[in-house]
Design a protein around this ligand. Structure first.
Ligand code: LLP
Length: 425
């Protein structure tokens, strides 16, 4: 059970004089000013998470490409770009977001199994650093598109090391049965093909085995398999400039204790050094671990509906704002904004207003709440706002960035007029 002592996101989120704060700002004040549902991010928490990677990779030729699918809000992108990050993108929409905050195009890598020709053209024109290609068919199309544009596309092949990341099946990506990457056994042939295609220049290799990984072992296993491949590919005459190990490091939702990024990289670098690859250019694509614990979603209790079998606590945030519970049966801690409980705690099903039984945010949560109270859904910085939808014609939430004692609105609540933009009657 989450208590004030083991709150995810601490020390950037915590109770001060009985009030839950983001850094030095009371969340209750932000909810009163901006309304709910409201996402609140801690700038210091994001930079702290990034710092662990930066320290872990210090002294190496390394580039951290933030996987912006985790949270592509411009203020977060800008913060990370200014801190030196590149970006891992998966669509032309994400490319435009990166360019909008002044990201250096050569620090952008383009992942994803289904890039369109138009997306390839735009990324080539922008001059991105690398296309992470996921199939032989994509290699041929990219070569074609590059030639037609009079350019040469820098490519890396995403290899599938067939390693079990031991995470939820929907977010495990490095196993043979996944749609991602090129099978380990076919990788060498695919590299030879890539090297022979006129519109391509082979620059690297990449892998990504899954998300919310809470142990070092799957990374270490994947690393050995990828290095075996690198050795074979280079022996076949295709040199690789960079090695990209993807993202995937987990965060604290319910007391998980994933390795610290710095510690994970100490272990990985020891193996890279031992095998003679320590001086290679290294790239990583962390998403969740940079922003997940740096955000919360504030919500108001609309109604309490105690029942014979279950007690329902109906809040104003829903599966369109926080889709992870409905999609992955994910756990997010839910805590009151004021520490002093209102009466006796009882077990609640915390649910949203969307017309689906799948619209739940927390099962069986012990809370002392009253109608009108506000709650914080913790660990909501990653894969919440970026996956939010307008289901039930609900406008998407507003977002606030906190730094020290100051807070600024970084995304307005979506307007009702905005909901019908582009529709033709
Ligand atoms: N690189 C590639 C190629 C990826 O596919 C992903 C995530 C990442 C990097 C970043 O992974 P991270 O460091 O965030 O684990 N919506 C799901 C997670 C989907 C992850 C998809 N790929 C969730 O809410 O748990």
């Amino acid at each position: 059970m989450t208590t004030a002592n083991n709150l995810p996101g601490a020390p950037f989120f915590g109770y001060r004089q009985g009030q839950l704060c983001a850094e030095d700002v009371r969340l209750a004040d932000l909810a009163a000013e901006h309304g709910t549902p409201l996402f609140v991010y801690s700038q210091a928490a994001i930079l702290h998470a990034l710092g662990a990677y930066q320290r872990g990779l210090a002294g190496r030729d390394a580039l951290i490409c933030y996987a912006m699918k985790a949270n592509s809000s411009l203020s977060i992108l800008k913060l990370l770009a200014q801190a030196g990050c590149g970006f891992d993108i998966v669509s032309v929409g994400e490319l435009e977001r990166a360019l909008a905050v002044g990201a250096a195009p050569q620090k952008i890598v383009f992942s994803g199994v289904g890039k369109t020709r138009a997306e390839m053209r735009r990324a080539l024109e922008a001059g991105i650093g690398c296309f992470n290609v996921e199939s032989e068919a994509e290699l041929a199309v990219l070569s074609d598109v590059a030639q037609a544009a009079g350019r040469v596309a820098p490519v890396s092949l995403r290899v599938n090391p067939n390693v079990d990341a031991r995470t939820h099946p929907y977010i495990s990506t490095g196993l043979k049965g996944n749609k991602f990457g090129i099978a380990h056994e076919q990788a060498l042939a695919a590299y030879q093909r890539a090297a022979a295609l006129p519109g391509l220049r082979v620059v690297g290799i990449d892998c990504h085995i899954g998300s919310q990984i809470t142990e070092a072992a799957p990374y270490l296993e994947a690393l050995e398999r990828v290095l075996d491949l690198v050795t074979a590919i280079e022996a076949a005459g295709v040199p690789l400039e960079h090695l990209d190990f993807g993202g995937g490091l987990g965060i604290d939702y319910a007391g998980e204790t994933p390795p610290d990024a710095q510690d994970l990289w100490r272990q990985l670098l020891a193996r890279l050094d031992a095998r003679g690859f320590g001086q290679r250019k290294l790239m990583i694509e962390p998403g969740r671990s940079l922003v997940g614990n740096a955000g919360v979603c504030l919500t108001e209790v609309l109604y309490l509906k105690p029942g014979e079998q279950k007690n329902f606590c109906i809040v104003d945030a829903a599966m369109n704002d926080l889709p992870r519970p409905a999609l992955y049966q994910a756990y997010h801690a839910i805590v009151p904004l004021g520490e002093a409980p209102h009466g006796e705690a009882r077990s609640w099903e915390v649910v949203g207003p969307v017309c689906e039984s799948g619209d739940w945010i927390g099962h069986d949560r012990s809370l002392a709440v009253q109608q009108g109270d506000r709650l914080a859904v913790m660990s909501a910085g990653a894969y919440c706002m970026s996956m939010a939808s307008n289901y039930n014609s609900r406008p998407r939430a507003a977002e606030v960035m906190v730094s020290g004692a100051s807070a600024r609105l970084v995304r307005q609540r979506e307007s009702l007029a905005g909901l019908t933009t582009g529709e033709i009657v």
